[in-house]
Write a protein that binds this ligand. Structure first.
Ligand SMILES: [Zn+2]
Length: 304
């Protein structure tokens, strides 16, 4: 049997099996039960290296999860997640991430892999091919594109829609927004703020093309003073958002900002929606493409 060889293909392969199984048994397709799939699939397809343990454990705060071989060397594998994590969505994403490591990397990582919270936000090769692949697998497995597109359809983009999707797929709000940013034609960005500063940010491809993104490794960047994220004014309906005049956020345009606060308001998650057409679009079309490097985007930070 030819098995898949990329994160996307592995996720699509499993998605098809899950969909068939659920249709045959009249079950809901979502959210995906990663633990059941990891056990059943590995037992059937890799009987010499099954996943036999999936558990929460006391790990240092730094770690989100791990994929480890059985200490006896009997070929079995275990997937563990940090028991101190309370968000079900984060745990689910971590399990899928570790299953991705199992399918893609266990033969080269015989000692297993331990994954930090930061690893869960590595989406490009610069910060580690292996972690980016596990995240891509998890994203495609938990939020298959066909269903994600159907759900978004022509709905207005706001945090209620993103929360609905996070519930449907049992993933964190940030994982949902990153998924949407990866497929949308809209010019948009997520900015996660922490204690007054930008912790990390990520722009959609169309927004990067107009040159609007935060570069990784640049000096610490404070949240804009006039942003909802910085003001933390609970009298404003931050979820519905505010249309800021140009100059508040990056770029020479009005920007809609929708924000939620979490973790006792230590963290802010802002979704920035820019106008569909960049200013001076016609001029730009005749210019050379904007010099850019998606790998320079901020992708560092803990998962919310
Ligand atoms: Zn990992």
């Amino acid at each position: 049997m030819n098995l898949p060889n990329t994160p996307e293909k592995w996720a699509i392969h499993l998605s098809k099996l899950i969909k068939l199984f659920h249709e045959a048994h009249g079950l809901d397709r979502f959210p995906i039960n990663v633990a059941d799939i990891a056990r059943d699939y590995s037992k059937q397809v890799f009987p010499d290296a099954p996943i036999t343990m999936i558990e929460g454990m006391d790990l240092s705060r730094k770690f989100e999860g791990a994929m480890l071989p059985h200490p006896s060397g009997n070929g079995e594998w275990g997937i563990i997640y940090n028991k101190s994590i309370e968000s079900k969505g984060r745990i689910n994403f971590t399990l899928a991430h570790e299953l991705g490591h199992y399918l893609l990397h266990r033969e080269h990582s015989v000692e297993g892999l331990r994954c930090s919270s930061r690893d869960m936000h590595k989406w490009n090769s610069e910060y580690g091919q292996i972690e980016a692949q596990a995240n891509t697998f998890a994203s495609y497995l938990l939020m298959p594109l066909d269903d994600f597109r159907d759900q978004v359809a022509s709905n207005a983009i706001n945090l209620d829609l993103m929360s609905h999707l996070a519930d449907r797929y049992d993933v964190s709000l940030t994982a949902t927004i990153l998924k949407w940013l990866g497929m949308t034609h809209k010019r948009a960005m997520i900015v996660v703020g922490k204690e007054g500063f930008i912790d990390w940010a990520w722009s959609s491809e169309p927004l990067i093309k107009s040159g609007i993104f935060y570069r990784a490794r640049q000096e610490v960047t404070p949240l804009p003073v006039l942003s909802l994220a910085a003001k933390q004014d609970m009298l404003i309906d931050n979820r519905t958002g505010t249309l800021h005049p140009k100059g508040v956020w990056l770029g020479e345009e009005d920007v809609r900002e929708l924000t939620i606060f979490s973790d006792q308001n230590r963290l802010s998650i802002s979704l920035l929606i820019y106008p569909d057409d960049a200013p001076g679009k016609w001029d730009q079309d005749f210019d050379e493409p904007t010099e850019r490097d998606t790998y320079e985007q901020f992708v560092i930070g803990g998962q919310v």
